[in-house]
Design a protein around this ligand. Sequence first.
Ligand code: SF4
Length: 269
Amino acid sequence: MTASDLNSTTWADRPEAGPRTDQQARAMDELVATPELLAELKASSERLETASPQEILRWAVDRFAPRFTMATAFGPEGMVLIHMLAELAPETPIFNLETGYQFQETLELRDEVSRRYGLDVELKRPELTVEQYEAKHGGPLYKTNPDQCCFDRKIKLLHSATVGMHAWTSAIRRDQSADRARAPIVGWDKKFKLVKVSPLANWTKQDVWKMITEQEIPYNPLHDQGYTSIGCWPCTRSVMFGEDERAGRWSGTAKTECGLHALDDESPE
Ligand code: SF4
């Protein structure tokens, strides 16, 4: 398997995991993408196209809690969803993939969420610290093989963080990139074997910032310094006027996504 295969590989395809039958998946309390479930998700997604993000979240909580979760990198969209969940369903487990390479400002936002909303966002960390990981690979892998680095320090973490869960919410917007333009409101996330709910799919960047301003929702101060999309510090730069909002992610490489929101996620098995 090459590094470029990693982002299109499902967990069950990994040699160490081995493919699981539907029967095994049910025994492990995983959701199985039966034709009935896929039809239900499609119908729900179409019905929710005109719903507000709050209504979509309400539906997701009613349908999947307590097996409904949220992963956040504390971006503006994530902060809006946290704000909504704090009102609608504060018991929803929320976690952050703490790669060890996040900006200090990002980690401090977690403390602000705790102060403002009383919500504890759980930090999920890879097995190896940054020091151990870089020693193992003879240096920082983000320089030579970012797909592998994202796989080891994000994708694997998300798989373990969502064990026992049936659905997760993402903060993606369709107008963020061509890749994301096809995201349904509700779909089957093939890679993670979860229902993926995207309440902000139909929102614009202006919608997000309007709510942040009006509701005084906390946000990452790096946004005021030209960082429109914030990930790990080695793979993020500020953008210049007129550049795409995600132009600062893995700048200078062909990589545009870490693999959490890859194109084929929603396709049925
Ligand atoms: S964004 Fe960069 S540093 Fe973070 S996990 Fe991916 S390659 Fe590694």
